[in-house]
Design a protein around this ligand. Structure first.
Ligand code: GLU
Length: 545
């Protein structure tokens, strides 16, 4: 058959050539070793942790080498597209500090290698598809859904590979030009299939994370264009990553099984394939076993979860870096003050078994991240979060800015900075006692202190303590009172001889904490008193008289 005629019959409107496209998207002029990476999310409206996980790798590889990191929207599956999804992706990435040098933007495109939305690249794909038809390497297939299902059933029964190949492909491969013409004229739908050849070869691919992968070479007549002329992921990936000159393709390990298809296409076009980096699936521990994170069961799979919980962006990054590179934590300990972006990220240090998402670990990382911030930084970030997620609280933070910053300064800095704020949401609960509007007694007074004792203790305390006492003088007075009330100044003494005391200084300070903050677990009493101010502190203690 005349393949040129077939190509013109199938793609009458495609006049561009392969060569023209190669010229339009030339090799990027970049320094040697500069990486070009991308993420290719589908616009489903759901941005998941895996998107950020892969984005961080791409961003690091590109920006560590003065390369390019770009965003491509993979919208070939129109059933999954929701309006506004592109902005959702970009906003989520920007929120987490992942910035693109190039690619799709909410308004359109930024860069010379676009369009960056696959649906807008239909002519580009069809140009390459037409070329394949001309080479006799692709053909229209008119199999109906029912026919394909029947083939699948037969293959299932015979325990054969599922797909269209060999004798299952014969009927459509053998159609003559006039038969094809007739079917098309009659309005029969067709997809374009690649002509695979039956073989028992193997391919090898050196994955930058997993090392050498060896797999049987493709022999399927896989689909390259769907009946609406839009490519499958496989075809779009190969054409796009070639033309956009990606050096690395970072994607989930679920794509490994289709690697033979991709390699087949790269070979057919005579192109070098990018370096593949197949990342491990995100897992979580449940009971004693690991399982894949699930969209239905695990809210933490959605990137919005981290925003809603108010987990600082840097904490999410650092947490992902600990999962991504086994030496990150060691590096952090050696470089406590460095920006995490100066950590030399490397693909060799990536794990190939499931990446464990442990929220306790995340909270721990987050505590450290917040502990390294200045009080002003914490205030700004917390306030920013409240403006979006807790307006009432934002009102308080706006009104009492100085008090809040003073409160945040309690125990900050030094060798052992406070590590008590994990998330902005939790900061709101934790810090609520600084605001009368939120103050409530949460914990009970220690058993060792009865009502009468509390009343008379606070009376004495209020008489004897001068607000201007420094913390050493203040503590001296607390110790005196402790003794006078029959409590042990040294908890050790109380432990040794409990019968000789009513309790210890621990009970006394807890009592003060509950009265001042509503909780027995709170920052330093002297500091808290001075953030609250004389009047407010007095008022809270007086309630117990
Ligand atoms: N659209 C693909 C996905 O969402 C992207 C895979 C890739 O990066 O090549 O899984």
């Amino acid at each position: 058959m005349g393949f040129d005629e077939l190509a013109d019959l199938l793609f009458p409107n495609i006049v561009t050539t392969r060569e023209e496209l190669e010229q339009r998207f030339p090799d990027r002029r970049m320094a040697q070793g500069a990486n070009v990476t991308r993420i290719g999310p589908s616009p489903t409206g759901f941005v998941h942790l895996g998107n950020l996980y892969n984005a961080i790798i791409g961003e690091r590889l590109a920006h560590q080498t003065d390369g390019i990191f770009y965003l491509r929207i993979e919208d070939t599956d129109d059933k999954r597209e929701v309006p506004g999804a592109v902005s959702t992706i970009i906003n989520a990435m920007t929120y987490f500090g992942v910035n693109f040098d190039e690619g799709a933007t909410a308004e359109g495109d930024n860069g010379e290698y676009g369009p960056y939305r696959q649906r807008q690249r239909k002519n580009i794909y069809q140009t390459f598809a037409k070329w394949l038809v001309r080479q006799g390497k692709a053909y229209p297939c008119f199999l109906s859904e029912e026919e394909v299902s029947a083939i699948r059933e037969e293959q299932n029964e015979k325990k054969e590979d599922i797909g269209i190949y060999g004798r299952y492909a014969e009927k459509n491969r053998k159609l003559t030009l006039s038969e094809i013409k007739e079917k098309i004229e009659k309005g029969h739908k067709w997809v374009l299939r690649y002509k695979g050849c039956l073989n028992s070869d193997y391919i090898t691919v050196d994955d930058a994370i997993r090392g050498r992968l060896e797999m049987p070479r493709n022999f399927h007549d896989f689909i390259i264009l769907k009946s609406d002329g839009i490519p499958t992921y496989h075809f779009a990936h190969v054409v796009d990553d070639h033309l956009m000159r990606s050096t690395h393709v970072i994607r989930g390990e679920e794509w490994i099984p289709s690697l033979p298809i991709h390699i087949e296409l790269f070979r057919e076009f005579g192109w070098e394939h990018p370096i593949y980096c197949h990342t491990a699936t995100l897992m979580k521990i449940e009971g004693s076993s690991k399982r894949k994170l699930s969209k239905r069961k695990d809210p933490e799979l959605a990137l919005s979860y981290y925003q809603e919980e108010g987990i600082p962006q840097d904490a999410v990054w650092e947490f992902l870096l600990t999962i991504l590179n086994s030496n990150y934590e060691e590096w952090r300990i050696a470089n406590p003050a460095s920006d995490y972006r100066t950590f030399p990220y490397s693909l060799e240090k990536m794990s190939t078994s499931g990446a464990l998402v442990d929220l306790d670990k995340l909270r721990d990382v987050s505590k450290n991240v917040v502990s390294r911030m200045t009080a002003e930084e914490v205030y700004e970030k917390w306030y920013g979060w409240c403006m979006k997620y807790d307006e009432a609280y934002a009102g308080l933070l706006g009104k009492y800015k100085d008090r809040t910053i003073a409160a945040l300064n309690v125990g900050r800095g030094g060798d052992k900075p406070r590590r008590d704020i994990e998330t902005w949401k939790q900061a709101g609960q934790f810090m609520s006692f600084y605001f009368d509007e939120k103050f409530e007694i949460v914990d009970t007074m220690p058993e060792e202190c009865d009502k009468e004792m509390i009343g008379s203790f606070f009376r004495q305390y209020l008489e004897r303590i001068d607000y201007n006492d420094d913390s050493a003088v203040w503590f001296g007075k607390v110790k005196e009172l402790t003794e006078e009330f029959g409590f042990a100044v040294k908890p050790k003494d109380y432990k040794k001889n409990p019968a000789a005391y009513k309790g210890s200084i621990v009970h006394i300070t807890n009592m003060l904490r509950v009265a001042l903050t509503g909780r027995s677990n709170a920052p330093d009493i002297w500091d808290v008193t001075h953030v609250l101010g004389e009047e407010r502190a007095k008022e809270r203690l007086s309630r117990w008289l």
